[in-house]
Ligand binder design. Structure first.
Ligand SMILES: C[S@@+](CC[C@H](N)C(=O)[O-])C[C@H]1O[C@@H](n2cnc3c(N)ncnc32)[C@H](O)[C@@H]1O
Ligand SMILES: [Mg+2]
Length: 209
């Protein structure tokens, strides 16, 4: 029997652009941990419906989520993408260019915490945040997102279930502990209106009040 995710994914026509991104990630021998297709569609929908003009992505990999975010933006939209790996940033840039979104995106290469501090010191603000890099820093990334948020900005955080490890009380490694803290912040921080979607590997969603 199909899973609910497989059933709903199968209803969609193949997206040639996103399939090309996935193929290029595989061709480079990179472990494909791109966002799940249904959540990629949700990013596009949320960016478009919220009218966001500026997006901050934390974790680019091969540009799959970058393309999904760009698809939601109008032509004058901008994406800043923080990525520690120069090779991944190069691949993501080339995939964004091939998809027709090269002019929209700027990559900041290095540890995301350093880039976030630079953005904060410059007084940058964003309408939409997608958090999807090293899990140990999710609580820090959420704090930065709140501090860089334009009024009413949306924040999406991928993988809050960590393939079930978040729920497993025997698992207490640094990533699990950080994600549990992130999840509690999402659920309880009074600066946020939020929900948590437990399909695929989990997507946390919040609006900064
Ligand atoms: C899960 S992948 C991102 C997937 C991408 N958002 C997508 O859905 O297409 C995580 C990415 O975060 C990057 N990364 C890991 N630690 C980082 C850090 N400290 N700062 C910035 N990027 C980091 C990795 O190199 C990797 O490309
Ligand atoms: Mg992810």
């Amino acid at each position: 029997m199909l899973t609910p995710e497989q059933y709903s994914d199968d209803l969609y026509e193949k997206d040639e652009v996103l399939e090309a991104v996935t193929r290029s990630i595989q061709d480079h021998g990179i472990n494909d941990v791109s966002i799940a297709p249904g959540y990629g569609r949700l990013l596009t929908l949320l960016v478009r419906s919220s009218g966001a003009h500026s997006v901050l992505e934390i974790g680019a990999l091969g540009g799959y989520s970058g393309v999904c975010l760009a698809k939601g933006l109008k032509d004058d939209g901008k994406i800043v993408s923080l990525e520690i790996s120069e090779d991944n940033a190069k691949l993501a840039k080339s995939n964004m260019e091939n998809a027709g979104y090269g002019g929209m995106v700027q990559y900041m290469i290095g540890p995301a915490l350093d880039s976030l501090e630079v953005l904060k010191s410059e007084g940058a603000t964003f309408d939409f945040f997608f958090i999807d890099a090293d899990k140990e820093n999710y609580p820090n990334y959420l704090e930065y997102a709140i501090s860089l948020a334009a009024p009413g900005a949306l924040i999406a955080g991928d993988n809050f279930l960590l393939r079930g490890r978040t729920l497993n009380t025997d698992k207490n490694g640094p990533s699990v502990q950080a994600i549990r803290k992130f999840n509690e912040m999402i659920a309880r921080d009074e600066r946020l209106i939020s929900t948590m979607l437990p399909a695929y590997d989990g997507l946390a969603l919040a609006m900064v009040k």
